[in-house]
Design a protein around this ligand. Structure first.
Ligand code: 5RP
Length: 220
């Protein structure tokens, strides 16, 4: 079964968590594309959605789902997003699509975080997927040197500017045994806006599309 089919199943399974909610947060990526398509079927029940990226905003608008400002709606009951890697403890690497900063803000502002993914994203140890780090442009070289000192191999994401006008360094060569510690450590480098490690605030529920045609639910 193709990965896209597994993503679609996981994304559709997230729909039942929306139930009677008025406003939810929505992430970014291909899995979330399937979720938005499913959400459009019940959009009449929602006041709107807080979007994590310009790409998601375009998709929401194309589906005629109102996009709301996080400042106007306050804490959210639910955030639904994908991941590049996720562990059994529901700690994640995110930011493959470059939307990590807004994703982390919405995750922090939400009571419940549901991660939707295909089974290839489930890992024992984070780090095979290069860790995205959003960086203020003038700090690019400084942050790169600091990441090298900490054992990473930073590579500038070519021809890419984030929705916030910043750069992404993708950090290779990491074998992340203590995700929360590494998140705090990288966050402390001057010039880093956001680290794509979601360990201090992991997901609460993982919906994993599996090749047997089912959806596995993992909670912490
Ligand atoms: C975007 C993300 C995505 O959730 C992550 O890259 C997974 O994407 P996909 O659903 O396309 O596999 O963090 O910044």
């Amino acid at each position: 079964m193709a990965n896209d089919e597994l993503k679609k199943r996981a994304a559709e399974a997230a729909l039942e968590y929306v139930e009677d909610l008025d406003v939810i947060g929505v992430g970014t990526g291909s899995t979330i594309g399937y979720f938005i398509a499913a959400l459009s079927r019940i959009k009449h029940r929602l006041d709107g959605v807080v979007s994590s990226s310009e790409a998601t905003t375009q998709l929401l608008k194309a589906n005629k789902i109102p996009v709301l400002d996080l400042n106007a709606v306050g804490p959210l009951p639910l955030y639904i997003d994908g991941a590049d890697e996720v562990t059994h403890h529901l700690q994640m690497i995110k930011g493959g699509g470059g939307a990590l900063t807004r994703e982390k803000i919405i995750a922090a502002a939400s009571e419940q975080f549901i991660c939707t993914a295909d089974q290839s994203k489930l890992v024992d140890i984070l780090g095979a997927f290069p860790l995205p780090v959003e960086v203020i442009p003038m700090a690019r070289s400084h942050v790169g040197r600091e990441l090298l000192k900490r054992g990473g191999q930073p590579v500038l994401r070519e021809n890419f500017i984030t929705d916030n006008g910043n750069l992404i360094l993708d950090v290779y060569n990491l074998h992340i045994l203590e995700p929360a510690k590494l998140e705090a450590k990288f966050n402390n480098i001057a010039g880093v806006v956001t680290v794509g490690l979601f360990a201090l605030r992991p997901a609460d529920v993982l919906l994993l599309g599996t090749s047997d045609g089912g959806v596995q639910t993992i909670r912490i």
